[in-house]
Design a protein around this ligand. Structure first.
Ligand code: ADP
Ligand code: MG
Length: 194
């Protein structure tokens, strides 16, 4: 049996990751693939049971595909992937076990498209993304526009005064995309990581 491929779209907030997932899903449907689309249960921005881009585009409304919400410690089990050809994962950084499970899905011939934040707002590699990026057949690094200067934004800036937890679900009230210069120079150190 032909093995699947893993494609990863990574970047800061507002870079077009969810939009890219929708594009890949549309192509898969055009090619008569049977998809499973998942998102973390904790992501309730815009909608509980749908994936909606920051532009307000709904994955379910555009494609008719139902979005499965999973607790972050879960991965799609055998029943859920029975009969599917392609797995689409939004906010992939939040699923800590997905990096290990990927090999099994690929061996089963399932194509995987994973999109997520490559770094958290402290500039640290985020959750399962380093593993997914390492295992990917193809990686697309997306960028947004810096909210300060309009230049290419590769980082996600968390506005001052909000909680410091690594996982804090939020939108424009909490985060904005920034270039390295306008992100947080305070966070940049040449000392070895502790
Ligand atoms: P991601 O999934 O990477 O966070 P989406 O695909 O949901 O991004 O949305 C990307 C779109 O968000 C861009 O094409 C742009 O139209 C819009 N966008 C860009 N910057 C902002 C912003 N600061 N606030 C709200 N929407 C934005
Ligand atoms: Mg998104």
């Amino acid at each position: 049996m032909k093995t699947g491929t893993l494609r990863v779209y990574a970047g800061p907030m507002y870079a077009g990751k969810t939009t890219s997932l929708l594009g890949e899903l549309t192509i898969a449907l055009d090619n008569d693939k049977r998809p499973l689309v998942i998102k973390p249960l904790i992501d309730n921005r815009y909608s509980d049971d749908d994936i909606v881009s920051h532009d307000g585009v709904s994955v379910n409304r555009v494609t008719g595909v139902k979005v499965l919400r999973l607790p972050v410690n879960d991965i799609p089990d055998l029943d859920q992937i029975e009969g599917i050809d392609a797995l689409f994962i939004d906010e992939a950084q939040f699923f800590p076990n997905i990096g290990n499970a990927i090999d099994a899905y690929l061996e089963m011939g399932i194509d995987v498209v994973a999109v997520g934040l490559d770094m958290d707002s402290n500039g640290k590699p985020f959750g399962s993304m380093p593993v997914l990026l390492a295992k990917a057949n193809r990686v697309v690094k997306l960028s947004a526009n810096c909210s300060v200067c309009g230049d290419v934004a590769t980082r996600t800036y968390r506005k001052p005064g909000v909680a410091k937890d690594q996982v804090l679900i939020g939108g424009a009230e909490t985060y904005e995309p920034r270039c390295l210069e306008h992100w947080s120079p305070r966070n940049i150190s040449i000392a070895p990581a502790a």
